[in-house]
Design a protein around this ligand. Structure first.
Ligand SMILES: Nc1ncnc2c1ncn2[C@@H]1O[C@H](COP(=O)(O)OP(=O)(O)OP(=O)(O)O)[C@@H](O)[C@H]1O
Ligand SMILES: O=P(O)(O)OC[C@H]1O[C@H](OP(=O)(O)OP(=O)(O)O)[C@H](O)[C@@H]1O
Length: 225
């Protein structure tokens, strides 16, 4: 029997927005998926030819890039950070909107980035950050953190941070101001390139379904004058 197609989703905040889109594309997980006490990481779907795995956002890209999962949903921040050659991101799903920005303490003296002799940046996105600064002729030393980047400037770990911003509340409540946007972020459908060649019969129509859904107007704009 053919193996089910493995579809990877992030366990955190994108998931609530992704599930209705997935359902419209025919990916509906078994009831146990919604049980918060359930410690399973792999779930059957109503369509037995698909299996869901629920992993950390960065790991969605890794599972799909290595072909351990054939497709998935992840933020463009993660795709850009890894820049995996084997990842194909054919559809912007129009969900999970935020931005990756640089921020500094609100009372920092005004400085030109270029004139800063030693730039230390705390971030979960060292590759993206280094690339962004390099493109501007600035060498940045990145300190990799996995969360709570906002603490780094006040504790002297870094003088700037690069982190995701949505409402700006987290920055404000930690005495930081956004000074530049590195990347607008939204969630994408991702597919393993090799799997797309070997299993185009299943992955082709799946991409088409998500593409058609992404082309539809967002529910709140339907009927708007
Ligand atoms: N404030 C935000 N507003 C909107 N989208 C966000 C925001 N923060 C993160 N995101 C999106 O959600 C993704 C994080 O997803 P999720 O919360 O599922 O990750 P996670 O695996 O739980 O994270 P972690 O590895 O930190 O535990 C980010 O990659 C980004 O695309
Ligand atoms: O601009 P805001 O609306 O305040 O959102 C920004 C926050 O959201 C993300 O963190 P998340 O809540 O995902 O937690 P994390 O620090 O564990 O990644 C991000 O890392 C910021 O801390």
């Amino acid at each position: 029997m053919t193996q089910p197609l493995t579809f990877a989703v992030p366990k955190g905040r994108i998931l609530d927005e992704a599930l209705p889109v997935m359902a419209q594309a025919g990916i509906v997980p078994e009831a146990g998926f919604h049980d918060k006490k359930n410690r399973s990481l792999s779930f059957a779907c109503e369509d037995p030819s698909i299996r869901l795995i629920r992993v950390r956002a960065f790991d969605v890209a890794t599972f799909v890039a290595h072909g351990a999962a054939q497709a998935g949903i992840v933020g463009s921040d993660v795709i850009e950070e890894f820049d995996y050659a084997d990842l194909y991101a054919p559809v912007d799903l129009g969900i999970g909107h935020c931005r990756l920005s640089i921020a500094e303490p609100k009372d920092a003296p005004p400085t030109e980035l270029r004139s800063t002799s030693h730039l230390r940046v705390a971030t979960k996105y060292p590759n993206l950050t280094r690339r962004w600064f390099e493109a501007r002729g600035i060498q940045a030393e990145c300190v990799k953190l996995n969360g709570a980047m906002e603490l780094a400037p006040m504790l002297g770990l870094a003088n700037r941070i690069v982190d995701l911003v949505s409402t700006g509340k987290t920055l404000k409540e930690n005495g930081l101001v956004e000074t530049a946007e590195l990347l607008p972020v939204s969630a994408r459908l991702i597919v393993n390139r090799a799997a797309l060649k070997t299993d185009s019969a299943r992955l082709g129509p799946l991409i088409d379904k998500f593409r058609a859904l992404a082309a539809q107007p967002m529910p709140e704009t339907v009927g708007a004058a």
